[in-house]
Design a protein around this ligand. Structure first.
Ligand code: NAG
Ligand code: NAG
Ligand code: NAG
Ligand code: NAG
Ligand code: NAG
Ligand code: NAG
Ligand code: NAG
Ligand code: NAG
Ligand code: NAG
Ligand code: NAG
Ligand code: NAG
Ligand code: NAG
Length: 693
């Protein structure tokens, strides 16, 4: 990424210089026709929320309006209304397309602005730069776009353009340097001319539907093309061998497609400038041995900085990595690599290492670890044994879960968690107690020690000291004892607190009410001796409440203290000593909620990191059905379940909820595990009728 950023900065500098020179020469008074055209454009839109258009008034010089730059003779050459909350549709007769001197048009980040891009876009023959990123454009790109022969930079990413791309013959758009069409619905073939263009340096067609492949690419290939991003396009067929002839490539991503074949990694040696290679999840088998006798002495990829070969059917570590001086990002996850992690993997620049989901059993002690590198370290899902290797004080993301590590957690663990926001040791054989020093992990958002053999009590500092950033605290399935300290801080940010299957006693802390964002509270299978947690009446986001198999007693109707849990979807109070009337109010709220749930089926309950959009933590919860424990690894937000069995409740089930023999009206009762964990399932209601068993 680093290299490609440099590349884009240099490019932007070039464009910026061009326009600041244009801006310097502004002196002209706005020409009258230009003013009228701009006002016509303004009037065609809904600008009620716009800031910039507020300055566009008849009485003033249009060259002084926000977002406008004119040339010396008062003709508008630049129009920038990006991020201005404009809405409306732009059609063929819009006066925008009569601003014939425009060289730069930027309407990006107006998410309610769009429509079909009209043919009259072809009238703007002087355009050098056009940005419609993150708007609401739909439909095909008109063929008239090819008339914009001066165009250097085109960014239509994050819209919903569809249909095939114009063929872009070698003579059309002869100056285009960057073509950015990421995240649209374009389909058909990737036009062959793009690989033969004499100007194009970067093409970003990622996240579209170019499933028909590459057309017929023949003839002379580009000597200037440096970046190709085609990730997530559903591309099928053979690997595009011609890319090996695009010798200047620095960035190549084909990740997330459905290609077929076996590709020797040595073939990429022809691409000596390659700095990013992403072939993850392409369905290709990558053969990582270097046996190309014609190129024995060539150092492969001297500039390689990022290599992602996740899910490439690799069986061993690519040996050539030994010779790389500065590999920063290495992802070999989800392959079939057995044995040891060699010590040479830790090059001085290594910052992101993902070896998860392989069959690794041992980590060789590295000869050198750069204390300032290694921020992401993911080893989950291997069979690594023994002690955990903690040697990266700068780590931000540490996932050692689902291995075979067995030792105590080192007392000085906190020293390695100072910058960590994700830390998981889940699913190993750690024993001993939880060291107090973990509370020095003040940026921790996810802290997961579940499924181990930890004993002793939960350090009090976890509640008092850890920051509002802590969103997930998962200590389920250990041997923790003692009470849950009643010291949850004001501003507690917990969204998931899972302490299921321990030996915790005492009460549900009153201060838990400080955690107003709580969505999942699972205290099941402990020895908590308390009454129903009526004091959590401010946790209005609660979706999952599991108190099963404890020593709870008393009634569940919070008198004078109305619970507002409108999101509640799973409630499990089974196997306690609750008594009194069935909680009619709660049942009714819960029932009406499920009918009105509107989230899309694919939505799962998860914790989203505050500073990132693409990293999240998947919540899971154990639901008990007919004596069978099922872990719902992904909790669908439409999943609803209620279990009040094995208590001392009296009274009737509200009729609205359902008929016990047939299951609730209109909803299916599922009994098979595979249906429960299926990703896209219809609304599920788990409903138990054995209230008093
Ligand atoms: C084009 O848009 C303008 C205003 O935005 C509208 O008045 C006009 O009717 C539209 N023309 C067509 C053909 O849709
Ligand atoms: C203009 O946009 C605002 C804000 O989105 C909206 O409230 C208003 O109804 C719109 N006006 C018209 C005429 O569509
Ligand atoms: C995008 O457009 C396609 C077809 O033009 C349509 O099927 C799809 O629903 C649209 N997607 C969104 C998110 O609007
Ligand atoms: C590789 O990069 C160098 C330095 O940027 C450049 O001079 C050279 O032409 C590039 N090689 C190819 C084959 O494009
Ligand atoms: C995945 O690769 C295999 C082996 O090359 C091939 O047989 C299969 O058709 C490919 N799958 C798809 C969906 O292309
Ligand atoms: C790669 O490294 C190995 C040992 O680390 C060395 O023997 C070999 O000569 C190196 N190859 C090149 C091309 O530098
Ligand atoms: C993975 O590679 C092996 C050979 O090492 C091959 O037999 C198998 O078909 C490949 N699997 C896939 C999914 O391509
Ligand atoms: C590591 O790779 C796995 C499997 O490819 C992926 O699910 C996981 O998100 C990756 N970890 C990080 C930190 O990116
Ligand atoms: C886990 O590690 C122990 C040694 O600590 C070993 O005996 C056992 O076979 C390992 N289990 C697996 C499943 O690899
Ligand atoms: C947290 O870090 C500080 C400074 O490094 C250290 O003095 C303190 O002992 C640590 N706290 C714990 C609980 O380890
Ligand atoms: C919430 O609970 C507290 C303590 O139990 C109580 O004082 C308060 O009145 C309750 N608020 C509502 C709206 O029920
Ligand atoms: C609880 O709800 C009942 C009936 O809806 C209402 O009479 C009572 O005032 C509410 N109590 C509180 C504390 O809001």
């Amino acid at each position: 990424m680093r290299i490609s950023l440099v590349f884009c900065c240099i490019f932007n500098l070039y464009i910026a210089t061009f326009f600041s020179m244009a801006a310097l020469s502004v002196s002209g008074q706005c020409q009258r026709d230009q003013q009228q055209l701009l006002l016509g454009f303004k009037n065609s839109l809904n600008s009620s929320l716009s800031v910039k258009l507020g300055t566009w008034n008849q009485g003033t010089d249009c060259c002084s309006w926000h977002g406008i730059i004119c040339d010396a003779s008062g003709r508008v050459i630049q129009l920038d209304l990006s991020s201005d909350r404009l809405s409306g549709e732009i059609n063929n007769s819009n006066s925008l397309f009569r601003l014939q001197h425009l060289q730069a048009l930027n309407l990006a980040d107006n998410t309610d602005l769009g429509g079909q891009l009209p043919e009259s876009i072809g009238n703007l023959g002087q355009l050098i730069r056009i940005e419609l990123r993150n708007c609401k454009f739909t439909g095909p790109i008109p063929k008239t776009l090819e008339k914009l022969t001066q165009l250097i930079y085109l960014d239509f990413s994050y819209n919903n353009f569809s249909g095939p791309l114009p063929s872009f013959t070698s003579s059309s758009l002869p100056n285009l340097v960057r073509l950015i069409l990421r995240q649209n619905s374009f389909s058909g073939v990737v036009p062959p001319a793009l690989f033969q263009s004499k100007s194009l340096e970067e093409m970003d067609l990622a996240e579209n539907q170019f499933s028909s492949g590459f057309g017929e690419v023949k003839g002379e290939l580009s000597s200037v093309l440096e970046a190709i991003d085609l990730n997530h396009n559903g591309l099928e067929g053979q690997f595009p061998m011609f890319v090996f002839e695009i010798k200047g490539l620095r960035y190549l991503s084909l990740s997330g497609n459905k290609l077929s074949g076996v590709i020797p990694l040595s073939a990429f040696q022809k691409l000596q400038n390659l700095s990013t290679l992403d072939l993850s999840y392409t369905n290709l088998s990558i053969d990582s041995s270097f046996t190309n006798p014609s190129l024995p002495l060539l150092l492969p990829f001297p500039n390689l900085f990022k290599l992602n070969l996740a899910s490439c059917n690799l069986t061993k570590f690519p040996e050539f990595l030994k010779n790389l001086s500065c590999l920063g990002y290495l992802d070999l996850s989800n392959n079939r690599i057995h044995g040891q992690v060699p010590s040479w993997i830790w090059t001085p620049c290594l910052d992101h290492l993902n070896l998860s989901l392989n069959f690794l059993v041992q980590l060789e002690t590295p000869s050198y670890i750069n204390p300032h590198a290694m921020s992401v370290f993911d080893l989950h899902g291997n069979q690594l044994q023994g002690k955990i290797p903690f040697f990266t004080p700068s780590a931000e993301y540490l996932d050692y879960s689902n291995n075979n590590f067995s030792s105590v957690i080192p007392p000085q663990i906190g020293d390695f968690l100072r910058f960590a926001y994700f830390f998981s040791l889940s699913g190993n054989n750690f024993h001993g107690s939880i060291p107090e020093s973990i509370c020095n992990g003040s940026y921790l958002a996810v802290f997961d020690l579940s499924n181990n053999s930890l004993s002793g009590s939960i350090p009090q500092c976890v509640m008092t000291q850890m920051s509002w950033l802590l969103g997930v605290l998962d200590l389920k399935q250990n041997n923790l004892s003692g009470t849950i300290s009643d010291t949850f801080r004001e501003n507690c940010g917990l969204q998931t607190l899972d302490l299921n299957q321990n030996r915790l006693g005492g009460k549900v802390p009153k201060s838990l009410a400080n955690c107003r964002r709580l969505e999942v509270l699972d205290l099941g299978n402990n020895q908590i001796d308390d009454t129903f947690p009526c004091h959590l009446n401010n946790t209005s986001k609660l979706r999952v409440l599991v108190l099963r198999s404890n020593k709870f007693s008393g009634d569940v109707n919070c008198r004078g203290n109305n619970l507002t849990w409108p999101m509640l979807q799973i409630i499990d109070l089974a196997s306690n000593a609750f008594s009194g009337k069935l909680p009619q109010g709660l049942l009714m709220t819960w029932d009406s909620m499920k009918a009105h749930r509107v989230e899309p089926y694919s939505q799962h309950l998860r914790y989203q990191f505050p500073l990132s959009t693409d990293i999240y933590y998947q919540d899971s919860v154990t639901v008990t059905m007919k004596g069978l424990e099922l872990e719902l690894v992904k909790i669908l937000t439409i999943f609803t379940s209620i279990d009040l069995s094995s208590n001392k409740f009296e009274g009737h089930i509200p009729e609205a909820i359902g008929d016990c023999n047939n299951g609730p009206a209109g909803l299916d009762v599922f009994t098979e595990k595979k249906k429960l964990v299926r990703e896209e399932s219809p609304p599920i209601l788990l409903f138990r009728c054995d209230w008093n068993t």
